[in-house]
Design a protein around this ligand. Structure first.
Ligand SMILES: [Zn+2]
Length: 299
């Protein structure tokens, strides 16, 4: 599944490929890819003649702002979605999972490829941001697609207010890992990054947010941001063989994980075997020595 760093790599690739270009043709090749759009595939004809003014992102939601920014082409990559950018004149080899094709006035093509079809494209009106700041990474306009307005800013967003995030996390009275995965608090931290950040900050994921000092909550989020920035610097992390970046180059496999998926392996800090336990239909990985479990609560 593409994680936030991969989606940011895709955003950067798309930004270079389409900003300032005018859409000259659109072809929707699978109805499931546009299942959220009233009017279905035909509605996408409205993209023709529109200029892409920005490519923005909030968490794993990605959107192309059109013309003055009152409308956007929203994309969610789901489990396996990819965008491939083809230079003008290149022989297309999209494979069997091509879901949509978008051509621009310079002769380039952008393909939306999705093997499992959990991803989607949608045409949406934008709405002003609640805080009056730009809609997300890559946007200068204070608007966000209406259907993504409930998604909180992510840790790579320069307009994220960390003081507010720390306060609202502690007020939430939940376990810290649940808070990290709560898209209404902060978006884009997946299970993998949550485990890695908690390991780095030496905090057990079941610690309650109201009992953690503000400085510790801040440290956990700073660790999550660091892990994602490192993954981004490596070109997107990639924990998934399906992932291909916007130019069609296979992603990088992660080599630098310290907790996630390492059950039974020695902790890189203290040598204690990493433990795996089930968590919200998924799993958590942590070092039982570095990340002390909270004591049972008194009633
Ligand atoms: Zn350890």
């Amino acid at each position: 599944m593409p994680e936030l760093p991969e989606v940011e790599v895709v955003r950067l690739g798309l930004q270079g490929a389409v900003v300032g270009r005018v859409v000259s043709d659109v072809e929707i090749l699978h109805p499931r890819a546009v299942r959220r759009t009233a009017g279905g595939a035909a509605a996408f004809d409205a993209l023709v003649g529109r200029e892409v003014s920005a490519v923005a992102r909030r968490g794993k939601f990605l959107w192309l702002l059109l013309d003055d920014g009152s409308n956007a082409l929203l994309a969610h990559l789901g489990m396996s979605g990819q965008f491939l950018a083809q230079e003008p004149g290149r022989v297309p080899e999209p494979g069997p999972h091509l879901r949509a094709r978008l051509a621009t006035d310079d002769g380039a093509e952008i393909w939306f490829v999705d093997q499992r079809t959990f991803g989607y494209l949608d045409l949406v009106a934008t709405t002003p941001t609640a805080d009056g700041r730009p809609g997300g990474v890559g946007s200068v306009l204070p608007v966000v697609p209406g259907t993504a307005a409930h998604i909180a800013r992510d840790l790579l967003d320069p307009d994220l207010d960390m003081d507010v995030l720390v306060r609202s996390t502690r007020r939430k009275r939940t376990e810290i890992k649940r808070a990290m995965l709560d898209q209404s608090l902060v978006s884009g931290i997946g299970n993998i990054y949550a485990d890695e950040a908690l390991w780095r900050a030496k905090v057990h994921g079941r610690r309650s947010t109201e009992a953690l000092p503000a400085a510790t909550v801040r440290e956990v989020y700073a660790a999550a941001r660091d892990v994602m920035l490192e993954a981004l610097a490596a070109g997107g992390t990639s924990f998934d063989a399906l992932y291909v970046n916007v130019s069609g180059t296979p992603g990088y496999f992660a080599r630098s994980l310290n907790a996630y998926g390492l059950a039974g392996e020695p902790c890189a800090r203290c040598g204690t075997p990493i433990v795996r336990e089930s968590f919200m239909n998924r799993s958590s990985h942590y070092c039982p020595a570095c990340q002390r479990r909270p004591r049972a609560r008194r009633r």
